[in-house]
Design a protein around this ligand. Structure first.
Ligand SMILES: Nc1nc2c(c(=O)[nH]1)N[C@H]1C(S)=C(S)[C@@H](COP(=O)(O)OP(=O)(O)OC[C@H]3O[C@@H](n4cnc5c(=O)[nH]c(N)nc54)[C@H](O)[C@@H]3O)O[C@H]1N2
Ligand SMILES: Nc1nc2c(c(=O)[nH]1)N[C@H]1C(S)=C(S)[C@@H](COP(=O)(O)OP(=O)(O)OC[C@H]3O[C@@H](n4cnc5c(=O)[nH]c(N)nc54)[C@H](O)[C@@H]3O)O[C@H]1N2
Ligand code: SF4
Ligand SMILES: [Mo]
Length: 703
């Protein structure tokens, strides 16, 4: 049979690269970058080949399975939906609505069908115990956007293709391919900044792959970036360089709040020299187009919200918000902001710790205790969708214990992994190449306005179901058990609309008045041009004004002011995370081609810290924290800031019952066995995953 080349995109990460997939005899024989894609311009990374591996993975489930006394047995879809709906309904009837909880993992935002159908189906459960990967990730970005711009997803992105000064904190796009900023070929775009005579500055406790291609890199003591950012704001104001737009309020309050954050004070906290802070402030304010961007390293830390607020304030007061080369609000062909609510804070609080919800979700750091703490409202059943919280949320061991004791767990997931091994029923959706895709999430965060519809590359086997079909059918099954109501009718209509219809409608009412038919005529995607100024008109705040003086954030500055610097105390080290190009959170280690080569799971440590503990490169060490302990190999690295160690998340696949043939052989421990579920950001409840105090000792002589 002849080979055919199909155009699609890779949706494994936020870069949404256009790819060309060659299919022969129903099998993928080649995956390469699509030069014609107006956003990715041919870029791909090693993970693109994993699209084929996911397709062909013998461990991937294709039909529902049910737990039995001695393993798993396949069951039919209808039987599975009935079973799940019966159990969830019964548990809610007996113990109340909140007894059923939901955890939504990262790949949901990469799946069209999950985006269109999952929220409607799961809203039928009407539980307040909703959790997701947001609170181990981008919650501070969303909260800062909600507070400043009036919508949780109105996140300005750095206009990287036109900027002349990019200041990056806690981001390593050369490994991650960029996040909360869709910019495929990030490395190439960084080079272009420098070729234009611009400057790239990186702040990171590790000299990363990104730092290596920047003009300037500074180590920063983990968890202290807020002090650095406040000092930049302080200095910009002191230099008379603060010139916010006419629709911005609150500069006086900010000036007062940052008064104490002199460069000297910030230098003492962060380890970045005061003269460098002064110079960066002057260069940033003086550049004709500058953008500051902070990502996961400054979100999932003690002062994540202060950091993300400060990043915005810096961009705003230097006049860089909403100007080409500064930070801008994308305008996608389907208006995502319209589909997702603007957000809310503290409408309800968690039962045990009393933390406020944000956008309808509670911090996932609380999930384990909400399961394990007896009493009214205790969680007894859980629905997980595309998530592996045992490996990806703090104190995963405690959660693991909680999951083992649930009355019922249903997972929508293609794998039996560390989390889903506890499931009673697993409902596996089709893999990426078998489904249609339009990116509802990442065009909203992209550095250029483009649109692209992808037809499924391969047909779905008769017995398989798309994620939207799973949520449609499960949703309808739940509806059958509910009393008649208007909401019920609306939900039924929504569930029956196909994703195609939803996208077509969204395109038609969107800002470019496109349609699915028009998009399908350009299978490589269409270019809608560079980002355009949109403020203050696009603001969703009252009076379309930005108020910098957000009380919840200003209140947290007092905590920052009195925060002690933990590192160095009695030989403690500060633990941070990292990512690698050939890995993806916890779930892509089952591709032999992706995980081959040198190991990537070790604890990186500066040679001086090794020597100080009489440790040698390669030996097994024990890492202990307030929350737990783990054992892993240590690797010497001159790229680590002294006093800081780095361990990637998503490893540690050796747990019993996991059915991941290749990943099971991948060495490494789960960093979230030592991160602490008790430590959350005071403003938003995000987990503190970076800057965790740990002790590292030799594991010699221990089994
Ligand atoms: N210590 C530490 N912890 C971290 C981080 C860190 O930097 N440090 N990073 C955090 C971040 S940013 C994130 S986003 C989270 C990720 O945390 P999670 O979202 O909980 O975990 P993933 O590893 O992304 O798990 C993805 C799951 O989805 C399944 N899956 C894959 N594709 C699909 C699909 O199309 N449909 C369905 N239904 N399932 C699918 C996989 O089999 C897997 O079980 O981890 C967080 N945890
Ligand atoms: N290959 C690959 N790509 C991915 C993923 C993956 O697992 N693998 N995951 C995807 C997901 S879910 C996300 S959210 C994105 C994340 O995208 P990025 O934010 O770019 O993620 P990281 O590569 O972890 O970079 C975080 C950086 O923060 C640094 N850091 C840690 N603590 C601190 C601190 O206190 N201060 C400062 N300034 N820096 C600190 C770390 O050293 C690290 O270099 O990546 C996405 N892309
Ligand atoms: S950067 Fe890699 S994983 Fe991300 S979309 Fe592109 S090819 Fe896929
Ligand atoms: Mo993430």
């Amino acid at each position: 049979m002849a080979a055919t080349v199909r155009r699609t995109s890779c949706n494994l990460c936020e870069a949404i690269c256009g790819v060309l997939v060659t299919v022969e005899d129903g099998r993928v024989t080649d995956v390469r970058g699509d030069e014609a894609d107006p956003l990715s311009r041919g870029h791909i990374c090693p993970k693109a080949v994993a699209l084929k591996d996911l397709q062909e993975d013998p461990d991937r489930l294709t039909t529902p399975v049910r737990r039995t006394r001695d393993g798993w047995e396949p069951i039919g879809w209808d039987e599975a939906y009935t079973l799940v709906a019966d159990r969830l309904t019964a548990i809610q009837r007996e113990h109340g609505r909140n007894a059923v909880a939901v955890y939504l993992g990262n790949p949901n935002v990469h799946s069209l069908g999950a985006m269109t159908h999952m929220p409607t189906a799961l809203r039928l459960l009407r539980t307040r115990n909703r959790f997701s990967a947001t609170s181990v990730d981008q919650l501070p970005h969303m909260l800062a956007s909600y507070l400043l711009y009036g919508h949780q997803l109105m996140v300005p992105v750095a206009d990287i293709d036109r900027t002349s000064y990019l200041l990056m904190l806690g981001a390593n796009p050369l490994a991650s391919n960029g996040s909360m900023m869709t910019a495929p070929g990030f490395g190439r775009r960084l080079k272009e900044i420098r070729r234009r005579g611009g400057r790239v500055v990186v702040i990171d406790p590790r000299r990363t792959e990104t730092a290596a291609v920047a003009d300037e890199h500074h180590f920063v003591r983990p968890g202290t970036d807020a002090a650095f950012l406040l000092a930049l704001i302080h200095q910009v104001i002191a230099d008379g360089n603060a010139r916010p737009a006419a629709y911005v309020d609150g500069l006086a309050a900010v000036t007062e709040a940052v008064a104490e954050w002199t460069p000297e004070r910030a230098a003492a906290a962060t380890g970045i020299p005061a003269e460098a802070i002064r110079r960066i402030a002057a260069e940033f304010a003086g550049a004709d187009r500058a953008a500051c961007y902070g990502r996961v390293g400054v979100s999932t830390q003690q002062f994540g919200v202060v950091c993300q607020w400060a990043v915005q304030v810096l961009n705003i007061i230097t006049g860089n918000l909403d100007r080409p080369g500064g930070t801008m609000i994308p305008r996608p062909a389907v208006d995502t902001l319209r589909g997702i609510g603007r957000g809310h804070v503290g409408v309800w609080k968690s039962r045990v710790r009393g933390l406020p919800e944000f956008g309808g979700e509670l911090p996932v750091s609380e999930l384990a205790e909400e399961i394990l703490t007896p009493g009214d409202g205790q969680i007894r059943a859980l629905v997980t969708v595309a998530g592996n919280p045992v490996l990806s949320t703090p104190n995963g061991r405690k959660l693991d214990e909680g999951l083992a004791g649930l009355d019922f767990l249903v997972a929508v997931d293609p794998y039996i992994n560390e989390t889903t091994r506890h499931a009673d029923v697993i409902l596996p959706p089709t893999p990426p190449l078998e489904r249609d895709h339009y990116d509802l999430t990442f065009h909203q965060l992209a550095v250029r306005n483009t649109a692209r519809w992808n037809e499924a590359v391969l047909p779905r086997p008769a017995e398989a179901r798309h994620d939207w079909e799973i949520f449609r059918d499960l949703g309808l099954e739940l509806l059958r058990r509910m009393p008649r109501s208007r909401q019920k009718v609306i939900a039924g209509v929504r569930l029956r609309l196909s994703p195609r219809r939803v996208v077509d409608l969204g395109l038609r009412i969107g800002p470019y008045r496109l349609s699915l038919r028009k998009l399908r005529k350009s299978p490589g995607g269409i270019d809608l041009g560079p980002l355009q100024p949109a403020l203050p008109g696009a603001l969703r705040t009252p009076g379309k004004r930005i108020d910098l003086a957000q009380q919840s954030v200003l209140d947290d500055l007092a905590r920052l002011s009195s925060a002690s610097v933990a590192s160095g105390n009695d030989g403690e080290l500060l633990l941070i995370g990292r990512r690698h190009l050939r890995s993806n959170n916890s779930w892509m280690h089952n591709s032999a081609r992706l995980v081959k080569g040198k190991p990537r799971h070790q604890l990186l440590m500066n040679p001086a810290d090794l020597a100080g503990r009489s440790l040698t490169d390669g030996e097994l060490v024990e890492v202990t924290s307030a929350a737990g302990a783990l054992t892993v190999e240590v690797a010497e690295s001159n790229d680590m800031m002294p006093g800081v160690v780095s361990l990637p998340h998503g490893f540690g696949h050796g747990l019993p019952g996991v059915r991941l043939g290749v990943a099971g052989q991948v060495a490494g421990a789960s960093v979230n066995d030592v991160t602490d579920d008790a430590e959350t950001d005071a403003v938003g409840g995000t987990a503190v995953l970076n800057g965790v105090p740990v002790r590292v000792t030799s594991a010699r002589g221990r089994a």
